[in-house]
Design a protein around this ligand. Structure first.
Ligand SMILES: *[C@@H]1O[C@H](CO)[C@@H](O)[C@H](O)[C@H]1NC(C)=O
Ligand SMILES: *[C@@H]1O[C@H](CO)[C@@H](O)[C@H](O)[C@H]1NC(C)=O
Ligand SMILES: *[C@@H]1O[C@H](CO)[C@@H](O)[C@H](O)[C@H]1NC(C)=O
Length: 219
C-alpha cells in the first residue's frame, strides 16, 4: 500500500514537471514526430492495429476513450497547437478504384464510389477534430491510362478512348473526382476556419499523356 502511494506521488511529480517544461518552452519546431510507448501515444496503437483502449481511459478529458492509455491527456497533447499549423496532404482514390475493378463491373464500381468517399470524409473530419486546419487534397489521376490497366482491360480497342486509355476506368476516376470536389466544397463551407486546396492531378496527368509531344525535350 505504502509503495503504491509512493508510486502514484512519483508519477504526479513527473507529470507536473513534464507539463511545466512543455508550457515554458519556446516551442518553434514546425512538427513533432513522437516515437514512444503508451506514455505518449495519442492513438497510434488503437488506430494502427485496432488495439482496444476501453473505458475508463479518456473519461475525464475526452469523456470517452480516445486511443490514449490515460484518463486525461498525454504529453504530446500539450504540443498540439502545432497540428493546426501543419499542412495535411491527402492523395486518394486510385487504389480503391483499381482494386474495385478486379471484382466489380463498371456500374458496381460507380455505385461503390460514395462508400469510398464517406470513409475519406470520416478521415478528414477526424483530422479536423484533432486540430488539422490546412488540407491539400489531390484528386485521383487517369487510372485508365496506366500501362498495366491498358494491358489488362484494353486489349479490345473498342474499350479505349481517343487518347488510348481505358474508358471505364477514366469514367470512374472522373465520377470519383466530381464527388470529391463536392465533398471538399462542403467541408470548406461547413468549417470556415479550414483551408482546403483541391488539386486537379487528373487534368495535369491527362495533359501530359495526351499531349506528350509538347513536353518532349530534344537534347
Ligand atoms: C521563440 O523563438 C523564435 C525563433 O527562435 C523567435 O523568433 C521568437 O521571438 C521566440 N519567442 C519568444 C516568446 O521568445
Ligand atoms: C488560409 O490560407 C490563407 C492564405 O494562405 C491564409 O491567409 C489564412 O490565414 C489561412 N486560414 C487558415 C484558417 O489557416
Ligand atoms: C492538349 O493540349 C491542347 C492544346 O494546348 C489543350 O486544348 C487540350 O486540353 C490538351 N489535352 C488535355 C487532355 O489536356
Amino acid at each position: 500500500m505504502a509503495l503504491k502511494n509512493y508510486m502514484s506521488q512519483l508519477i504526479v511529480v513527473i507529470c507536473s514537471c513534464l507539463l511545466a517544461t512543455a508550457s515554458s518552452l519556446n516551442f518553434s519546431f514546425p512538427a513533432v514526430f513522437n516515437f514512444g510507448d503508451s506514455n505518449s501515444d495519442t492513438g497510434g496503437l488503437a488506430a494502427g492495429v485496432a488495439f482496444p483502449v476501453g473505458p475508463p481511459n479518456g473519461q475525464t478529458y475526452f469523456h470517452e476513450p480516445s486511443g490514449r492509455f490515460c484518463d486525461g491527456r498525454v504529453v504530446i497533447d500539450f504540443l498540439k497547437d502545432y497540428f493546426k499549423q501543419g499542412l495535411y496532404m491527402l492523395d486518394v482514390g486510385q487504389n480503391d478504384l483499381d482494386g474495385a475493378f478486379n471484382s466489380k463491373t463498371e456500374d458496381q464500381v460507380m455505385a461503390f464510389i460514395p462508400t469510398i468517399l464517406s470513409q475519406f470524409e470520416a478521415g478528414i473530419q477526424r483530422l479536423y477534430n484533432e486540430g488539422a486546419r490546412n488540407f491539400w487534397i489531390h484528386n485521383t489521376g487517369p487510372l485508365g491510362c496506366i500501362a498495366r490497366i491498358i494491358a489488362t482491360f484494353g486489349t479490345d480497342s473498342s474499350k479505349l478512348d481517343q487518347v488510348g486509355c481505358v474508358r471505364s476506368h477514366n469514367s470512374a476516376a472522373n465520377n470519383f473526382n466530381l464527388r470529391l470536389h463536392d465533398l471538399c466544397t462542403n467541408f470548406q463551407d461547413q468549417f470556415p476556419d479550414v483551408n482546403v486546396t483541391y488539386v486537379d492531378i487528373f487534368s495535369v496527368k491527362l495533359d501530359l499523356i495526351a499531349n506528350y509531344s509538347q513536353y518532349v525535350v530534344v537534347l
